[in-house]
Ligand binder design. Structure first.
Ligand code: ADP
Ligand code: MG
Length: 260
């Protein structure tokens, strides 16, 4: 039997301040298996990004656990990692492609330099190796190689996302997290970026969690899907099954919006 690569249990994040309490996500549990793409779909505000931010340790969860098989044999909750371990998780084991390229890239460092930064963080040391690897990944994500020494600040949104993807893949992380990868892009550019991700996935078998409010994106990329509403998982299963035979009224609504 194949072991999951990641197990998430009862993940909860509550934002509270003076007079308000926002349940961003509550009791979210799921497994991710090696080589699969897990989709998380739901309308804006349903807690999708919060789940990814907690996993990538950008946000400290209120409660819950996540076990990565390669981290302490999958026995220790990675939310209890100390500073050094957290850094290691973020640089070696996981990577994130953010909705907003500004969060994932340093726009005033060259495209090649952005990928190199990630490799340096992952303890690569030889400059020639780093440069070769960076250009290799930019080629894989179809960033024209003559743009390697240009600043992403002057790239189109689609090209910035390609650089983010190159950076996220560069040191072969076990798990790639992608948040609304194409949401900020022109419709004409979206298809190209989605095709790229699909090609990369089928070529290299990357394990990924893909978050989107767009069921079309999920349909194209995800093997299995979780449907979130108001911070809760309301339905989960094989993507095809969910699309063909949605059980929860909210999922039925989502599916009808796409197919009608
Ligand atoms: P999604 O990605 O599905 O659109 P989010 O995870 O971004 O949803 O947000 C879930 C809920 O948590 C929303 O109600 C949002 O307003 C709230 N939220 C997210 N981040 C914060 C924050 N830093 N402070 C307060 N509330 C937040
Ligand atoms: Mg979001």
């Amino acid at each position: 039997m194949v072991e999951p690569l990641l197990r998430v249990r009862d993940l909860t994040k509550i934002y509270s301040g003076k007079g308000h309490r926002i349940v961003a996500c509550e009791d979210v549990s799921f497994d991710v298996y090696p080589g699969e793409v897990l989709g998380i779909v739901g309308e804006s505000g349903s807690g999708k990004s919060t789940v990814l931010q907690c996993l990538f340790q950008d946000v400290v969860p209120t409660s819950g656990a996540a076990y990565l098989t390669s981290f302490e044999g999958g026995e220790r909750n990675m939310f209890e990692a100390d500073r050094r371990e957290r850094r290691e998780l973020r640089t070696h084991r996981m990577s994130m492609v953010y909705q907003n390229p500004r969060q994932g890239l340093n726009l005033m460092v060259t495209a090649g330099g952005n990928v190199a930064e990630r490799l340096l963080a992952a303890d690569w040391r030889r400059v020639s190796d780093i440069r070769a690897k960076a250009s290799d990944y930019l080629v894989r994500t179809e960033v024209p190689i003559e743009r390697m020494d240009d600043f992403p600040a002057f790239f189109s949104g689609g090209m910035q996302q390609r650089v983010q993807i190159a950076k996220a893949l560069a040191n072969n992380p076990e798990l790639v997290l992608l948040d609304e990868l194409t949401t900020g892009l022109d419709v004409s550019v979206q298809a190209g970026v989605l095709d790229l991700v699909r090609d990369i996935q089928s070529k290299y078998g990357v394990t990924a969690i893909i978050v989107s409010h767009d069921l079309g994106v999920i349909r194209l990329l995800a093997d299995r899907t979780l449907v979130m509403k108001d911070g809760h998982v309301v339905e989960s299963g094989l993507t095809d099954q969910i699309l063909e035979d949605p059980q929860h009224p909210y999922t039925q609504l989502l599916v009808n919006c796409v197919t009608n």
